[in-house]
Design a binder for this molecule. Sequence first.
Ligand code: NOJ
Length: 717
Amino acid sequence: MEQSQLTDLLGQMTLDEKIGQLLQITGDFYSDKAEERTGPMTQLGLDEDDLANAGTVLGVTGAEECRKIQTAYMKRNRLHIPTLFMGDVIHGFRTIFPIPLGLASSWDESAAETMARVSAHEASVSGLFVTFSPMVDLVRDARWGRVMESTGEDPYLNGKLAAAMVHGYQGDDLLADTTRVAACVKHFAAYGAAVAGRDYNTVDMSERQLRDMYLPGYKTAIDAGAKLVMTSFNTVDGVPASGNRHLFRDILRREWGFDGVVISDFGAVKEMISHGVAADERDAAKLAIKAGVDIEMMTVCYLRHLKDLIVSGEVPEQVLDESVMRILELKNDLGLFENPLRGADAEAERTVVMSKQHRDAARRVAEESMVLLKNDDATLPLDASRKIALLGPAAKSTDLLGAWSWKGQEDDVAALDVSLREAGIQVSTVDGDFDYLQPSDQAVEEAVRVAKDADVVVLALGEPSYMSGEASSRSDIRLPQAQLDLFKAVAAVNDRIIVTLFNGRPLDLSDIQSAKAIVEAWFPGTEGGRALADVLTGAVNPSAKLTMSFPVSVGQVPIYYNVDNTGRPYENDPEGKYVSKYLDVSNYAAYPFGFGLSYSKFEYGEVKVEDHEFDADNPLKVSVELRNVSEREGTEIVQCYVHDLVGEVVRPIKQLKGYERVTLAAGESRTVTFTITEEDVRYVHADYELDSDPGDFDVMVGPNSRDLSKAVRVHLF
Ligand code: NOJ
């Protein structure tokens, strides 16, 4: 449709029809069984006219189901405007990839793009037009259950991965390519900074910090073309995001020029009453529409009160028209006026969803996402000639998909025991199930007996998936006590323990440090069991590195590598009394940002710069020679960090400015080069302007944020 036709269409709409466009409800409301509709309709107080006007639908899939709903809907809608199906396809549709925190550990933008591309294809043939991904919330607090949905603690890496996902979802031509879906960046803004890691809790930070650290990830995803933005549940500077004009009108729309659709999170408009910034639904509607929220998800403040607010002159009709136009434009950008079912195709659904190609892609990405945290005495890879026991709650578990895997099915998953046997490794296990939290005494005794008899024990531990994700914060981020007890009991009879972990957050692993090897496998998705088996056998050489610090103790949380300088730096004198530190634990992470081992061994040469000076026209060229000094091919993620020595405001002690995945054959070496521009060292100044400070900088290169090269001093003019 031409823009002029959209304008005509808007002109023909009644006030009720326009307001209807702003409502998002779930698919239950369109069930063809009247009895299934009645409950939800009564609950929200909706009538048939409301359903005929509601602009978008949440959480329906299936080509046939979507076709039925769309066909009926367009008949009932007076102007035959199609509805729009949205849903949460977060790390895969039915073929599930690793949770985003795992995916991010690959530091591989092409892996992120592949995940999104496969997800889009499966989702689009199944009738979806929009996915609520990528989630770009910067996270520093492992207590927060939703860290699993994030890509970690670094704004630069988060932005790169988010942009890759947006491209994977939307492709280059969303209109023409119906195997793609529109992406929705969330949760704007700073949802990851909930105080004390408690979900939905207050976020309180300076505007400068917000702009410097938390907003860049979202901005990069928006610059990559994401069509929608979702509000967050939290407050920012005392104002809930869904009513925060400053966030949406000033920053998102005016400063960044975003002209796509803003959707509230589930129920977040009405929640402004609970927050205590709106007296009632009318007030909440007024705050949200004025803030620039176009679609209200699953509550009816707009539907009930917007008309009155417009008639009374409290909200100009122009504001409503702008929102409606953005929604119509999104429908038009997706080609729905001409093709209201878009890519939905029941036949393709059968061949595309969970195709071999998609499963293979999920397996490759899972392989790239598993982090080898420890490997003393080269305990891994497994020696197939030894007697191997596979024990623990995750040994036979198919709970590998993660908390946000909606259409994923555990039946599709090969558990670790099955996968190891498929890979030709004979393992002894115990009969029956082994509970994550409360295993029977008999199961534990049996495990200890099998462990005693083995040369090496693979102890498969972790969190059940419900322990991370939304509304799943934890104050104790150790493994469940029963698993620590199991570890202790097994260690008493066999000290050759390899721990594998399926979980959704950085954990405090201090109690299992005596393990010879630890593999962090996250929730690795449909093919995750096989991917982990390949890492254990050595068929795959691990290459992943953490994107979120693992603390020594929960007391260090929030912990992150890019901390600001203090006036009493711990680094200068960790033993000193009057330095910024704890009495009972070091400041450092157990496993820092960027950390991960390989079965290969890499050595770094001296860091060199082409010229010690740089300016806006002449970037800095930093290089280092990387050598694979082992006998097997491997991939190293080389990382480049910069420290701005004197800033207008206090600067972090280091910040990631470049990274590269480098695969080297045994004995091979290669020079890895990073280009750092003046723009790369800009940051948000006290006046909120993005600028750099001329002066000295230190540049460091290395395998993780802790074990870096000696700093090379350079100067920016
Ligand atoms: C609530 C979650 O916060 C959000 O991430 C999700 O997209 C919506 N529900 C819709 O399911």
